[in-house]
Design a binder for this molecule. Structure first.
Ligand code: BG6
Length: 304
């Protein structure tokens, strides 16, 4: 392990800006600190666990009970969901939300950009383990750019000989002062599947306020708001978080509320009050068909 960290630092560290370190339970993580912001990324799942603009507060919510176990998804931050969103359509024994979030990715490149931001690229390719879950050849690249904004781009490439169908999401957990004192803009008028009401299709007729468990998949959201932006207005933290996206026509809004929070071992009972998930997704019929050699990029930029 120490050896792995040393090797990674020898090849990819950027002086005063990007360093590899042993994280919780010894899992390798990347620490980024530049003049604009700081961030932390675990190689397992290419999972961003922190992002904080310089002089600002944490933007992402991390569960204080997150387990950081090898081959297990981490609760909070930005899990990378791929190649399917939610339960597997046919085989319910396969992991919910695919496998990309629970496998260690490799480092492809690190770059100090001229505008002061830092870029980290991680990569995941198919292996016998992934073939047992999903029989396709692929190459995934996650490009994370940490500056005043956090940009996350997930590029999937079909490196096999057959067309495949893949869904996914950047399952972002945002930190809020009190979920009862936020509203979410940008989804007005959109239809959504209410996953808590027999998958009924409903329409969003006003800004979203969260007063109970919410688990919705919104459609046709590429152009949310006039400029393709979703926003969380937080009356307690007195801030707005904006999420701009591309390569995605579905947006998921999730808050487990009290009972579901209590049922999750890695989620504090009252943790639902400090978070909300807004997920840039390729869910339901927004999955992508990739022919051999084709690529698709799902991306989001988070800013205050
Ligand atoms: C959301 C789903 O994306 O993720 C919810 O819409 C699910 O149904 C939630 O409960 C959390 O999933 P998991 O697998 O991380 O517990």
């Amino acid at each position: 392990m120490e050896n792995q960290i040393e090797l990674l630092n020898a090849q990819f560290a950027l002086t005063d800006e990007l360093l590899f370190q042993p994280g919780e339970n010894g899992l390798p993580k990347v620490q980024i600190n530049n003049g604009l912001a700081s961030a932390e990324v675990y190689l397992q799942g290419a999972h961003i666990t922190a992002f904080q603009p310089r002089g600002g507060e944490p933007v992402l919510w991390m569960s204080p009970l997150a387990q950081f176990q090898r081959d297990k998804a981490i609760r909070g931050g930005v899990p990378v969901i791929w190649p399917w969103f939610g339960p597997h359509l046919i085989d319910k024994n396969k992991p919910q939300h695919g496998f990309a979030r629970s496998i260690e990715w490799r480092v492809k490149a690190t770059t100090a950009l001229s505008d002061g931001s830092t870029r980290l690229q991680l990569q995941l390719k198919d292996t016998p383990t992934t073939h047992a879950l999903w029989p396709h050849a692929f190459e995934l690249t996650l490009t994370i750019t940490v500056g005043t904004e956090l940009t996350i781009e997930l590029t999937s490439c079909n490196t096999g000989e057959q067309t495949f169908v893949a869904g996914g999401a950047l399952h972002s957990y945002f930190a809020v002062g009190d979920v009862k004192k936020i509203h979410i803009d940008g989804l007005l008028g959109h239809l959504y599947i209410d996953q808590l009401d027999g998958n009924r299709i409903k329409q969003q007729n006003d800004a979203i306020c969260i007063r109970e468990e919410v688990d919705r998949i919104y459609f046709d959201t590429e152009d949310t708001c006039s400029e393709g932006i979703c926003a969380i207005f937080d009356a307690q933290f007195l801030r707005q978080i904006y999420i701009k996206k591309s390569g995605s026509h579905t947006t998921v809004v999730w808050n487990p509320w009290e009972n579901k929070a209590k049922s999750m071992a890695d989620f504090p009972d009252d943790g639902y009050r400090q978070m909300v998930c807004i997920e840039t997704a390729n869910a339901v019929d927004d999955v992508r068909h990739l022919a051999p050699g084709e690529t698709h990029t799902l991306s989001q930029t988070i800013f205050l």
